[in-house]
Design a protein around this ligand. Structure first.
Ligand code: ATP
Ligand code: MG
Length: 242
């Protein structure tokens, strides 16, 4: 579904990606880990075409993303959800209006249908009771749920999650992990998940890769990675990691 091959990207005077390859088969969750500033968010931005590689290939469903024109990119983004850190909600819009935004951007659904879809996805993430609330009055965990609802409202085939549990307590994090897993299992959505959390990686992931010096230093199934002797795998996934 998502395939990066030998991607190089320079930003400013730094070579951020240097030969990055990764493959996310349809219906699976790939977890991307790695030290801060190594280019994990930059990688996600390549997948939805916000950034273009200097060289290499970025494909979604076999289609080359950097070669897409504006209309093709818009069509691609309709098929992909993006969960930003902290949900990235707009403070002056209610939860339901935040969640409705991608539907309004991407097409013209009749009002009734739009409302039904928004409520359906809010129910899925357990936020239907808070539809009328505004982001400043809800907790971090609720913001993330609303962000997840917004990422899912267009029924994407694929969701990119950028640190879906940053700043959340372990109990709320656990609920978010279960939700991400459920999104894969019940909706069949393909996921690319950036996280520093061992719990998130092991609960939600099928495959884990750790980015360092512009490419994956080590990758494998969750089981392989948890038992790996590679120093980065031990640091991120070993017994001492959280
Ligand atoms: N548009 C840009 N222009 C110049 N430099 C950028 C740009 N976007 C990101 N960078 C730089 O690229 C590097 C990688 O950034 P990125 O946000 O991908 O890191 P990250 O792995 O997501 O880190 P973190 O775990 O802290 O979120 C950083 O040094 C960042 O400053
Ligand atoms: Mg980041």
């Amino acid at each position: 579904m998502i395939a990066l091959r030998d991607v190089f990207k320079r930003l400013g005077d730094r070579q951020i990606l240097a030969g990055l390859s990764l493959n996310v088969p349809k219906g699976t969750n790939f977890v991307l880990m790695g030290p801060s500033g190594t280019g994990k968010s930059v990688t996600l931005k390549h997948v939805i075409g916000i950034l273009k590689p200097d060289s290499g290939s970025v494909r979604v469903d076999g289609q080359e993303v950097p070669a897409m024109d504006h209309d093709q990119l818009m069509a691609l983004r309709r098929r992909m959800g993006y969960l930003f850190q902290n949900g990235a909600l707009i403070n002056w819009l209610s939860v339901e209006d935040n969640v409705a935004l991608p539907l309004k951007e991407h097409g013209r659904l009749p009002k009734g249908e739009l409302q039904d879809r928004v409520m359906e996805v809010l129910r899925l993430v357990g936020m239907d009771h808070a539809a009328k609330q505004f982001p400043p009055s809800i907790s971090g965990g609720m913001k993330l749920r609303a962000g997840l609802a917004r990422a899912l409202v267009t029924k994407p085939e694929c969701v990119l999650y950028d640190e879906p549990n940053a700043g959340l307590d372990p109990i709320i994090s656990q609920q978010i992990h279960e939700l991400i897993k459920e999104v894969r299992d019940t909706l069949g959505v393909t996921g690319l998940i950036v996280t520093h959390s061992r719990a998130c990686a092991t609960i939600c992931g099928d495959h884990i890769g750790i980015l360092e010096h512009g490419k994956l230093a080590v990758e494998g199934t969750v089981d392989e990675m948890v038992h790996s002797e590679h120093p980065l795998a031990k640091a991120f996934l070993g017994g001492g990691a959280d």
